[in-house]
Each structure stands twice: as structure tokens, then as C-alpha cells.
Design a binder for this molecule. Structure first.
Ligand code: NAD
Ligand code: TYD
Length: 378
């Protein structure tokens, strides 16, 4: 079937994996990648699909309503997968307004432009979909009731590797009440509410998914995993916030992209799905795995880079634990993660070490200033 799909934020980390998957898997779909190319957007992430006949890139700001109207109409868009956002918690603490502008006003502009165009087509909302990509951070923070970790009460096949621990008794469910803490998660929560409001008020076919922390190739090195891989390579300190006890639930980015593909095609309209691999790690344990893997692949003596660990002032309002219960998605649509965490980390570290030019291009220029501002006074 022919479709015209708009993917926003396709030059970013997760978006580039989603664009690549759709362009390669669906030659009959026209894929329009809309991205403002902020510091986080990088067309080098999509070099391999640049010339494909079913792929178009448009540089635009989602908060520009007229531009959204023009692009959606020109390309006769019938499906939207919305990933464009400001995505880094630390930046949101320094500059919350940019997050409100892009994540809230930008999402609203996109919704409104889609509404106007779709309501004006003969088939109205039939065959249309606005799919909004959100985060588990909207649910707030879970308590760390099992600091040493206990056998997880849930299992998923591929991710049930040796490290299969739960650090608390509760998990985020689709029904968990929203309780965002950071300006980032507050802006994402607000955008989720607008998406649902457009369904409930105007009947727009919408879907929302909330995913746990992603890792993998092409992630901007302000986020923990690529930042630490790059710092180890340069022998730079590894800034661990607080005591390193916070827990995150990590999912390989290609597994998230596969889930998005499945949900875009088979998800129930107006529904919500949580996406995660039951793969909780305490930051400090994860950091030790990264150090071990990077040292091994660089041919360093085991443990060489452990000395780089530097405990720094904690992030303000640092959420203690995130843990997603993704059994609804597994049960209803049959999704499960494809990789064990050890494999995913190995693949990821290898990718960053093999693609140093990609990293060096990103970390030259403006990045130095960001890094100094973020870490000099911690
Ligand atoms: P990212 O920061 O790597 O990429 C964001 C992209 O959006 C960039 O290409 C950027 O240029 C673009 N963008 C920013 N502002 C824009 C604007 N005003 N107009 C148009 N484009 C704009 O982010 P990511 O990690 O790939 O996250 C993508 C989405 O997934 C976000 O909505 C995020 O909230 C969500 N999410 C991320 C994670 C994660 O672990 N990274 C987990 C769950 C959900
Ligand atoms: P991050 O990758 O920023 O993702 P999020 O804040 O969305 O979970 O951070 C992951 C965890 O690592 C989080 O608990 C904060 C911590 N962290 C550090 O300890 N040091 C760092 O330099 C960074 C960037 C994060």
C-alpha cells in the first residue's frame, strides 16, 4: 500500500533508526524526514539512505505552524511518527523554555496542522494516524526498595540475561499516574496530554508510547553511554552524578525502532503502550561494564580506566529509578527485545570506537563549550 509518512526528529538518535528502518523496509512508502537540525540533529546519521527514491529530508521547526501546514499538505501526509523534541534532562534544567517551546508548542502545532489537513480530505481521519513518541520519565520516579537488586519478577526472552535484576517492587504501567519532575519530563507529559486531547476532542486517530532509556549507535554524546565511551577513549574523567545509585532501564535503540514499526501498523488507536526490556542497571554497575568493554576493545589492561570514575554533584531533582513494565506490548502485539544487554553494549561500544570520525565531528566546536559549562562547576 502507498503511504506518505512524516517522521519528525529523524536526524536525531532514535529518529534516524526509525527513518532507516522505514525507508529500507517499505519501498512503497514515501518517507519525509522533518528536522530542524538543532545541535542534536545530524544528517550524517542517515548517509546510507540519503539517495533512496522513497526518502525526502525537509529542514523545518515543528513550532512553526504555517510550515507544518505547508509540509503536511504538500506531501499529502497520512501518517505521522513524532519524535522531534529537546531530549536532554540536564539541558532542560538550564533552559526550560526551549523545552516548552519545542516539546509542547511544537507538538501542538503539528497536531493542529494535521487536524486541519486531515479534516479537509474526503476520507477525513480514515486511514490516518498521529503516533507520538514519549518517555517513561513522564511517570516520575520509582523507589529503590531493593538496593542490591533481586531476581526480576518478570522475564522477557532475549533480555533475560545474567543481569536480570529489579531494584524495586513497582514498575511503570500504562495506567501509572503522570508525575513528571524535570522540565524535560514535564514538557513531554504536557505534549502527551495534548495528543490525547486531540483524540478525545476532535476524534483524531492518535497513539502514544512511553519508552525507557535507549542506547546504541548515533546517540549524541551528552547522554551517559556515548559520553562515557568517548571520555574513556580520551582518558577524560567520567562524571558520575551523586553516588551512582540511580537505576535506569536500558533498551537497544533498534528494538525501540522495531516496536515503533509494529505499533504504527498494528497498535490500537487511542491506546498507550510502554516499551522496555526489563533491563535495569544501577548507573555505577553499568559504568563498570562500559569501562570493561572499552578497555578490552582498546587493548588496555583490565581495569585501567576505573580510575577515571569521578563522583560529582548530583543532578537537581535526579529521579531515582525508572523501570518499565512492557508486558502489555508483549502480550497484545507480540513484541520482545531481540538482544541480550551484553550483546547490545558490545555492539554499541564497537560502533563508537569504529566511528571515531562521526564522534570527532560532533565533539568539535560548540560541544566543547557545552561540556565545559555542564561539568566545570560540578
Ligand atoms: P535527540 O535529541 O537525539 O533527537 C531529537 C531530534 O529532534 C534532533 O534531530 C533535533 O534536531 C530534532 N528537533 C529538536 N527540536 C526540533 C524542532 N523544534 N523542530 C524540528 N526538529 C527538532 O532525541 P532522541 O533521543 O532521538 O529522542 C527522540 C524522541 O524519543 C524524543 O521525543 C524523546 O523524548 C523520546 N524518547 C527518548 C528516549 C531516549 O532514551 N533517548 C527514551 C524514550 C523516549
Ligand atoms: P542520561 O543518559 O542523561 O539519561 P536520563 O537522564 O534521561 O535517564 O542519564 C542516564 C543516567 O546517568 C542518569 O541517572 C543520570 C546519569 N548521568 C551521570 O551520572 N553522569 C553523566 O555525565 C550523565 C550525562 C548522566
Amino acid at each position: 500500500m502507498k503511504r506518505n509518512i512524516l517522521i519528525t526528529g529523524g536526524a536525531g538518535f532514535i529518529g534516524s533508526h526509525v527513518v532507516r528502518l522505514f525507508v529500507n523496509k517499505y519501498p512503497d512508502y514515501n518517507i519525509v524526514n522533518l528536522d530542524k537540525l538543532t545541535y542534536a540533529g545530524n544528517l550524517a546519521n542517515l548517509k546510507d539512505i540519503e539517495g533512496k527514491p522513497n526518502y525526502t529530508f525537509v529542514r523545518a521547526d515543528i513550532a512553526d505552524l504555517d510550515e507544518m501546514r505547508r509540509i503536511i499538505t504538500t506531501h499529502k501526509i497520512d501518517g505521522i511518527i513524532h519524535l522531534a523534541a529537546e531530549s536532554h534532562v540536564d539541558r532542560s534544567i538550564k533552559d526550560p523554555f526551549t523545552f516548552a517551546r519545542t516539546n509542547v508548542m511544537g507538538t501542538l502545532a503539528l497536531l493542529q496542522a494535521a487536524k486541519e489537513y486531515w479534516e479537509g480530505t474526503p476520507e477525513k481521519y480514515e486511514g490516518k494516524l498521529f503516533y507520538h513518541i514519549s518517555t517513561d520519565e513522564v511517570y516520575g520516579a520509582l523507589e529503590l526498595t531493593n538496593p542490591e537488586g533481586v531476581e526480576s519478577p518478570f522475564t522477557t526472552t532475549a533480555s533475560s540475561s545474567e543481569h536480570h535484576l529489579a531494584f524495586g517492587t513497582e514498575f511503570f504501567l500504562e495506567t501509572t499516574k503522570y508525575a513528571p519532575h524535570s522540565p524535560y519530563s514535564a514538557s513531554k507529559a504536557s505534549s502527551d496530554h495534548f495528543v490525547r486531547a486531540y483524540h478525545d476532542t476532535y476524534g483524531m486517530p492518535t497513539l502514544v508510547t512511553n519508552c525507557s532509556n535507549n542506547y546504541g549507535p548515533y546517540q549524541f554524546p551528552e547522554k551517559l553511554i556515548p559520553l562515557f565511551i568517548n571520555n574513556i577513549r580520551h582518558g577524560k574523567p567520567l562524571p558520575v552524578y551523586g553516588k551512582g545509585e540511580n537505576v535506569r532501564d536500558w533498551l537497544f535503540v533498534e528494538d525501540h525502532a522495531r516496536a515503533i514499526d509494529l505499533i504504527f501498523h498494528k497498535g490500537k488507536i487511542a491506546d498507550t503502550y510502554n516499551i522496555g526490556g526489563f533491563n535495569e542497571w544501577k548507573n555505577i554497575d553499568l559504568i563498570k561494564v562500559i569501562i570493561k568493554t572499552v578497555d578490552r576493545l582498546l587493548g588496555n589492561p583490565e581495569g585501567k580506566s576505573l580510575d577515571l570514575i569521578t563522583y560529582v554533584t548530583d543532578r537537581a531533582g535526579h529521579d531515582m529509578r525508572y523501570a518499565i513494565d512492557s508486558r502489555k506490548l508483549q502480550r497484545e502485539l507480540g513484541w520482545e527485545p531481540s538482544l541480550q544487554f551484553e550483546e547490545g553494549i558490545e555492539k554499541t561500544v564497537r560502533w563508537y570506537l569504529d566511528n571515531q570520525e562521526w564522534m570527532d565531528n560532533i565533539t568539535s566546536g560548540e560541544y566543547e563549550k557545552y561540556y565545559d559549562d555542564m561539568y566545570s562547576n560540578r
